[in-house]
Design a protein around this ligand. Sequence first.
Ligand code: HEC
Length: 395
Amino acid sequence: MEAYLHDWLSLLLRWAHFITGVAWIGASFYFNWLENHLERQQAPGGIAGDLWAVHGGGFYHLEKFEVAPETLPATLHWFKFEAYFTWITGFALLCTVYYWNAGAFLIDRSVADISGLQAIVIGLASMALSWVCYDLLCRSPLKRNGEILAALIFAWFVLLAWLLSECLSGRAAFIHVGAAIGTIMVANVFFVIIPAQKDLVAAVGENRKPDGAKGKNALLRSRHNNYFTLPVLFIMISNHYAGTYAHPWNWLVLVLISVAGVGIRHWFNIRHQPGHNRWILPMAVLLLLGLIVLMRPHELLLEPDQAGAPSSAALMPVIRERCTSCHAQNPEHPAFTTAPLGLVLESEQNLQETAARVYQSVVVTRTMPLGNLTGMTDEERNLLARWYAGLEKPR
Ligand code: HEC
């Protein structure tokens, strides 16, 4: 029953997290787009520019003010709850998926032999510490030099990715880097950007000049948020791709894919500026292509030795012992009510039908058995590799 309710909880939280995240990042992309496409022209009434758009069967005409309107409108829309709810649902999802069953997804004894509680403390500390370090950097005199500041923030995340990959499962290391970035993004909205906007609105009401320092700070933080979006979105989907988080150099994979993401974002930010660097996008794409080539799985140096290759029947006892407690129609493992991803490994036929996926997860990425909870040995993995090498594969 617990596993059943756990499933529903994680489904509903993931759904809510996804919806609020789309609303938040979507609005932020939209306003970014508006800024880039505004037809700048000085117009009466302090208008900086305007634009026309057609969407959903209607025409829209938007105007942006140079500073602010003379009087505030009766209703002024804010965009902040999307961000807060993205964090709240995301944190709840992190607790549900990774902390509830720390033994399954959070720790990997082949990475570090730590307890679930220790891993949870490491995870939570990584988020809190990231915000504290980032915020201190942004408040230091370094804020006047945007490039050095960006380089230091980047260095922090490289260090964090490496540190986490040394103590948590690859999958949990990735998600915690994402959670740390997400925490910074939301804290930026809560502690810096929204207070600056409140000051701006109050200034219009009180007929005074807005606090320039607050405004500058908010601009810096929202710039950072803008560059964080593509890396954070990659990390959020990375748990579907064991090839990334389970790679021996997983922290570097995360860093390089993030660099490509930041590059792509940068290209979109500057492509309307005259004389911009056109090469950023092709270079980011090249980086991704390079990764695809470098990370290709190396075929094991095993000859399909027909005599020595075990048959599927000979492999079944290993599978039953190491896999079937989870991968069954009715799993014995208390955390599951149905076979994970619908993958059942109860018969020779099941095994043969999923041979390539089984080989990939047990031998190449070693992500299965999950957290090696069933204690699969290297000899058994070798046996499975020899079985796979001996199979007749479709050409
Ligand atoms: C403790 C439970 C557990 C055990 C034991 C276990 N698995 Fe899994 N397996 C899972 C879960 C959970 C997932 C889904 C992971 C996800 O959501 O990405 C999974 C996913 C998989 C996948 C799909 C991966 C993909 O992306 O296509 C394969 C293949 C797999 N397991 C094979 C095995 C094999 C082979 C064994 C035994 C050597 C095994 N598993 C043992 C829980 C387990």
